[in-house]
Structures are given as C-alpha cells and as structure tokens.
Design a protein around this ligand. Structure first.
Ligand SMILES: CC(C)(COP(=O)(O)OP(=O)(O)OC[C@H]1O[C@@H](n2cnc3c(N)ncnc32)[C@H](O)[C@@H]1OP(=O)(O)O)[C@@H](O)C(=O)NCCC(=O)NCCS
Length: 148
C-alpha cells in the first residue's frame, strides 16, 4: 500500500501521527489476511510497535504486508512500514508490526482459515517464528485476563 503523507495526517511538527500509521498497518494487514482467507476478520492482537524514524508531510508511506502463518481460526501477518522521500527516492524502514486476525462468519462465530502454502525454507522459518510469537502472545493474554 502506498500513500502520500498529507498535512491532515500530521502533527504540528509536520510528521505523520502514530495513530495514522497504526491505522494504515491495521488496514494493510487486514487486506493481506482477507486475500488469504476470503472471510470476515477481526483484529485480535497487535504486537508492540516501535516508530524508528519519523515520516514527514510530502513523503510516501509504504506498507508491505505478508501473511506469515495460518493457525486454526487465526493467522499472523507481518507489516513492514517504510518512508520514501519523493524527490530523492531515499527509503527507510520505520516500523515492523505483527498482527493477529481471527476469521469469523456473519454470526460472529470463529471459522477455520485455509492453510498457508509454505514454499521454501524462508517461508517455513517465518511460520516457525510466528508460532513462537503466538505462544508468547497467548501467555500475555492469559496473564492480562487473570489480572482483571
Ligand atoms: C479476538 C476474539 C475473536 C478472540 O475470541 P476468543 O473467544 O477469546 O477466542 P479463542 O480463545 O477461542 O481463540 C480463537 C483464536 O484466536 C486466537 N486469539 C485469541 N486471542 C488472541 C490474542 N490476544 N492474540 C493472538 N491470538 C489470539 C487464538 O489463538 C485462536 O486461534 P486458533 O484458532 O488459530 O488457535 C475476541 O476476543 C474478539 O472478538 N475480540 C474483539 C475483536 C475486535 O473487536 N477487534 C477490533 C479492534 S478492537
């Protein structure tokens, strides 16, 4: 997904708002997951997010989303965010986010997601790492739930 950063998206310093980047990450991640599952989806989790560089008005924001692993009713997607200066083409990675989406039907019931075809060692490595992140995420969720 590519978008130009407009003044409406920016803080008084002329940099894109963190919330706008988060919104775009959610959208890019959801699109990749929709194209894999062809179901309705809800966002279940967004792993901790860092903004390594600011993106200024007039720059392009580029989001690359890739489904890393499909579980049973949920799947993980990685979204890498880049800035690109329009006049020089200089590109910097500004964030990497991992999101989990859960597939649901119109009644809100969870549905199975199709398996992800892992074509090479790199795909298999990504999926193994996603399994490890999933374990940590679910542990965190249970901890949170036990606190409330
Ligand atoms: C996300 C949601 C569907 C999970 O429902 P639940 O009844 O707790 O789900 P379950 O424990 O049965 O888990 C269902 C799947 O979601 C995964 N999941 C649930 N919570 C998760 C979390 N916090 N992080 C990662 N995965 C999660 C489970 O691992 C499971 O995946 P699997 O079937 O692939 O193994 C439910 O909490 C919900 O609807 N939340 C609100 C979603 C929303 O409104 N999002 C918009 C932004 S607020």
């Amino acid at each position: 997904m590519v978008q130009v950063v407009l003044p409406n998206d920016a803080n008084p310093l002329g940099f894109i708002l963190g919330g706008t980047v988060m919104h775009l990450i959610d959208i890019a991640g959801a699109i990749a997951c929709h194209r894999h599952t062809r179901t309705l989806l809800v966002t279940a989790a967004v792993d901790d997010l860092q903004f390594l560089h600011s993106i200024k008005v007039g720059d392009l924001i580029i989001l690359k989303a890739r489904v890393t692993c499909a579980f049973t009713t949920s799947l993980e997607v990685q979204v890498d965010v880049f800035s690109e200066e329009t006049l020089t083409g200089r590109r910097q990675m500004t964030s990497t986010a991992f999101l989990t989406f859960v597939a649901i039907d119109r009644a809100g019931e969870k549905v199975r997601v199709p398996p992800l075809l892992l074509e090479d060692d790199e795909d298999r490595r990504r999926c193994e790492e996603a399994h490890r992140r999933r374990e940590l995420r679910l542990q965190k969720k249970h901890l949170r739930k036990s606190e409330v």
